[in-house]
Design a protein around this ligand. Sequence first.
Ligand code: FBP
Length: 273
Amino acid sequence: NIGIKRRLRRFFRRNGRALIFAMDHGFEHGPTDFEENWEHIKPGIIIRKVVRAGVDGVMMLPGIARIAGEELIGKDVGLMVKLTSKTGLRPKEEWLMQDQLGFVEDAIKLGADAVAATVYWGSPYEGAMMRQFAEIASYAHDLGYPVVQFAYPRGPYINEKYGKKEDYRVVMYGARAAAEMGADMIKTYWTGSRETFAKVVDAASGVPVLLSGGAKTDNPVDFLKLVWEVIEAGGSGAVVGRNIFQRENPEPMIKALLRVIHRNEDPEEAAKA
Ligand code: FBP
């Protein structure tokens, strides 16, 4: 489907890599995530800053895409609208489920170039999220829109058998499952080493794999080093939230990430530039 291919390319540069800014945290973690830099609670302000700094795409939930969408008009930036989430207010037993909060048609009306949905592989609710992803993907694909899977392994059996959700055997399992379901782009965890992340990339069989940023590192270079390893492992880039919007001035971090992702620049050098 040519529509899927064309829209997917809006996120990637010619080298097949992308830096995508993630901002669904106000829902998924709550507004406290913005307290490190409260001005960024205003979607228009942070989106304007990240677009100016040169990110390749942004990922938001539908309501924020409606509020901040103006900032993307006339800009060469892909818009990914995520259609599932959960709040941190629900009972803890239910944290292993993400529910659908919006519809493909509405994302398209907001100007989305892709839609996204999470599957927590290994969750007791895995089946419900698979079904949800399948429905979103079937509909979006029919209309020529790519679907991104946040393929996050997490659940009791994973903890019991592998000890942690970042074990490469479960991360590559989730990436493979996402590819087998027909995802057009996969976002997942860092596995701790270049060698193991390369296996995740292989398991995804050509579907681009992007890093899910994670909590803000105290030292920016630590995060840049991690992203550099992802690129060296054959990863296609990173989807980054807190490491951007929790910084006082996000621009230097974005510029450095772009140098690492698109030019394979040494992280220490990129941080200085
Ligand atoms: P970060 O770069 O801030 O980790 O953002 C990526 C992301 O997947 C967000 O889209 C999401 O809100 C958050 O991480 C979820 O993190 P977790 O599931 O670990 O609480």
